[in-house]
Design a protein around this ligand. Structure first.
Ligand code: PAF
Length: 307
């Protein structure tokens, strides 16, 4: 199956290179479990990078960190239907399996798990219903109903399949990271979670698999999202929270292509909105916008010294 996908996407020379690759590809839970058991018998610690594919340098930075901190790196590629509230969004989500395999091979990933839907959600299996309380209803949750339940479902399933791992997630999905930390703690899953910094393009745009869906004009204006966040970072100490919000919305308004969904200044631990700087020691500014049909999210820490 994987070789079939590669065949349709790559010229022969590249196929030969991939056939020589040392990264093992598992498509079934049974195959993956056997590979991981053998690795654990050999004393390996496992670093795990779950993804939905369409990989970019942000994902590779997670693989590299996992590589530095573990003896074996496992990556998964699974476009999880359960976390898409909009079927059109699932349909157009970028899929680049051949390029992903090449990137992972180059990053010296050891095992790639690339299951079909039937392996993750086998028929008849009772799916867990995970509850993240207010965390699943604020910010992203307001615009993507059921999204975090879907994320919880797949991540819990992956952690149970893999057994004990250290798992690496990007801070670009800041709320997702908080949800996954809660998932592990509340449902006693065998994973240690490591959050890793946002990786950006040269102009500041946060790397995302969705960036390739932007038209040239949209891509040009998308830079305003990070520019607005950096302005908030720079000016926060001299402004009130509502003045920072005005500043950010003013910058976003300079593009007719950008439709802001939310800009929130939150306690970085609880993700609850702040009324005043003094209410939290660790502060995060989080944003979501739509540009054309593409939804982008980003966030930065705000350092506001105590008054
Ligand atoms: O961040 C992602 O790519 C996905 O939400 C994840 C964590 C792999 C679950 O499908």
């Amino acid at each position: 199956m994987v070789l079939q996908i590669i065949h349709t996407c790559l010229p022969d020379k590249k196929i030969l290179a991939l056939l020589r690759c040392s990264m093992k590809i598992a498509e079934t839970v049974k195959d993956l479990s056997e590979k991981l058991s053998r690795a654990r018998e050999g004393g390996c610690s496992i670093g795990f990078v779950p993804t939905m594919g369409a990989l970019h340098s942000g994902h590779i930075s997670l693989v590299e960190r996992a590589k530095r901190e573990n003896t074996l790196v496992l990556c998964s590629i699974f476009v999880n239907p359960a976390q898409f509230n909009d079927p059109a969004d699932l349909e157009k989500y970028p899929r680049t399996p051949a390029a992903d395999i090449e990137m992972l091979e180059r990053a010296e990933c050891d095992i790639l798990f690339m299951p079909p839907v039937s392996e993750i959600y086998p028929q008849g299996e009772v799916q867990g219903e995970y509850d993240f309380g207010y965390l699943e209803n604020i910010m992203e949750g307001r615009f993507r109903k059921g999204h975090f339940k879907g994320v919880g479902r797949v991540v819990a399933r992956l952690f149970r399949i893999c057994g004990p791992v250290t798992a690496y997630f990007g801070e670009k999905d800041f709320q997702q990271l908080a949800v996954i930390r809660m998932l592990v703690e509340k449902y006693h899953l065998p994973a240690r979670i490591v959050g890793c910094p946002v990786i950006r393009e040269n102009d500041g745009l946060a790397m995302s698999s969705r960036n390739v869906l932007l038209s040239a004009a949209e891509r040009k204006d998308a830079v305003l999202v990070s520019r607005a966040l950096f302005a908030a970072q720079e000016k926060a100490a001299g402004l009130t929270i509502s003045e920072v919000k005005k500043l950010v919305h003013g910058i976003l308004k300079s593009s007719p292509l950008i439709r802001p969904e939310y800009f929130e200044i939150v306690d970085g631990d609880t993700l609850l909105p702040l009324a005043q700087w003094e209410d939290a020691a660790f502060i995060r500014a989080c944003i979501a916008v739509k540009i054309g049909h593409v939804r982008l999210i980003d966030n930065v820490p705000l350092n506001v010294p105590p008054a």
